[in-house]
Design a protein around this ligand. Structure first.
Ligand code: HEM
Length: 436
């Protein structure tokens, strides 16, 4: 069989395209996607990466042929062996064990927490004099408090500052190109030592919370559920490291991703006043209690969230490594090849989404969107295990906020860049204005 040759952008001697990639990851990859549709190879530092931007190849890697690929990520430096980082049988066991814990009853209990934490934080924010500065700080605080309360079940108020700092240090370290491609020995590496300190802060808090959760009977948190499951199923051999690794994972996976999604939604609405008006009308007529069932009744809000996630998928890219030689449709992927899949590139591809760069939520209402090229939560057996949690959180917080306020721009538009998640280099210059 004749395979298509995958075009290769060699870049410079030794370092390949490390410099343009590190300077502007998104712009660099978007340009290459325009130049070579389908698939292309780039060399970043010493590593060669095959970028797949045709949905048929993406589907192969994520779904049909997923057994020929493994996930290898630097995040195991602090996630350990969790659902996010494990492979093969270990991943299967964890998925089977953990997914049922995100059940309807747990999610229903979380809804009240989403609402009360939003109300408390919005009131504090409005009286703090910070309104009109970076709105991300409000969403980060809400998201963080929610994660601590629903996942760990601890008093979130005291822990925000140092935990936020610890998580930022950890994630920036593992996603810096210089560490990924040219690791330094530890004694020369100040940032590695800061990483270790941050890891210790996080571990201390989690092990302390585990002790507290063991003696508390009414807590509904994810930790408590895991402990209960462990008690009921001793044959599963769930040890404290397993619990620690998955708690850290959920804390990270459910924090910055959701906070950034909130911020991008606010930015989109602030620059689309007509859509914001229609959304507020829908929200004002939503006078039901928050329940998973009732929250199905907000089509414009759903469309706004989905369209924002098409344009700004917080988990903008992830990789897989081929565990054997494999034929993906009409291209050949060799054992050990790294493939990169990017929900951001798929969402911005003009061939797959007409007016790809324009915010048009109604494409989700008339279902004209190309679903094969839309995957902000991933695809196939490893799709995001927290997607329902995240969507419900986004909905409850936005309804609570937009019942009283609307978003208005008060400065420059956000300048998007990519680290572990998508973020804005100049923050989010959006102000909350009381609804008339
Ligand atoms: C808007 C918010 C979120 C976005 C955009 C997002 C995105 C993603 C994506 C793209 C993946 C797939 C990664 C891959 O295939 O390599 C993923 C996996 C995962 N996410 Fe999320 N996520 C979000 C929120 C959450 C939340 C709230 C939680 C937990 C409460 C969570 C937990 C996880 C876990 C554990 C995995 C690994 C699943 C597996 O490999 O089986 N995420 N997420």
């Amino acid at each position: 069989m004749n395979f298509k040759t995958i075009p290769f952008e060699k870049g410079q001697f030794l370092i390949g395209s490390l410099l343009p990639y590190s300077k502007d990851r998104l712009g660099f990859l978007l340009n290459l996607q325009k130049k070579h549709s389908g698939a292309f190879k780039v060399k970043i530092g010493p590593k060669k990466v095959t970028v797949l931007s045709d949905p048929k190849y993406v589907k192969f890697v994520m779904q049909t042929g997923h057994k020929s690929f493994v996930k290898k990520t630097n995040f195991d430096m602090f996630f350990g062996r969790s659902l996010f980082t494990a492979n093969g049988q270990e991943w299967k066991r964890q998925r089977k064990l953990l997914m049922p814990l995100m059940n309807l009853r747990y999610l229903e209990t979380c809804l009240g927490v989403f609402e009360s934490i939003s109300k408390e934080n919005i009131a504090n924010y409005m009286s703090s004099g910070k309104n009109g500065s970076d709105l991300r700080t409000l969403f980060s605080k809400i998201t963080f408090d929610i994660i601590l309360k629903t996942v760990i079940g601890i008093d979130y108020r005291q822990n925000y500052e140092f935990l936020d700092q610890a998580i930022t240090t950890l994630t920036h370290f593992v996603t810096k190109d210089k560490y990924r491609f040219f690791p330094l020995p530890e004694f020369l590496d100040r940032e590695k030592r800061e990483f270790n300190d941050a890891l210790k802060t996080l571990n201390d808090l989690i092990y302390k919370s585990l002790e507290t959760a063991k003696s508390s009977s009414e807590d509904f948190s994810f930790i408590s559920q895991l402990l209960e499951y462990k008690k009921q199923n001793p044959e599963e051999n769930i040890n404290e490291d397993f619990i620690r690794d998955n708690i850290v994972t959920v804390m990270f996976a459910g924090y910055e991703t959701t906070a950034m999604t909130f911020s991008f939604i606010a930015e989109m609405l602030a620059y689309s006043p007509k859509i914001q008006e229609e959304l507020i009308k829908e929200i004002r007529s939503f006078d039901k209690e928050f329940s998973v069932e009732n929250l199905k009744d907000t089509p414009i809000l759903d469309a706004v969230i989905s369209e924002t996630m098409r344009l700004y998928p917080a988990g903008w890219a992830f990789t897989r490594v081929a565990s054997e030689d494999v034929i993906a449709e009409d291209i050949e992927i060799k054992k050990e090849d790294i493939v990169l899949i990017s929900p951001y590139l798929l969402g911005r591809n003009e061939k797959l989404h007409p007016d790809a760069n324009v915010f048009k939520p109604f494409r989700f209402l008339d279902d004209s969107v190309n679903r094969d090229a839309y995957m902000p939560f991933g695809m196939g057996p490893r799709t995001c295990s927290g997607a329902n949690f995240a969507i419900l959180e986004l909905k409850v917080v936005l309804i609570t906020l937009l019942r009283e306020y609307k978003f208005e721009s008060c400065g420059d538009k956000c300048q998007v860049d990519a680290r572990a998640t998508l973020f804005s280099k100049n923050g989010f210059n959006i102000k909350l204005i009381r609804n008339s």
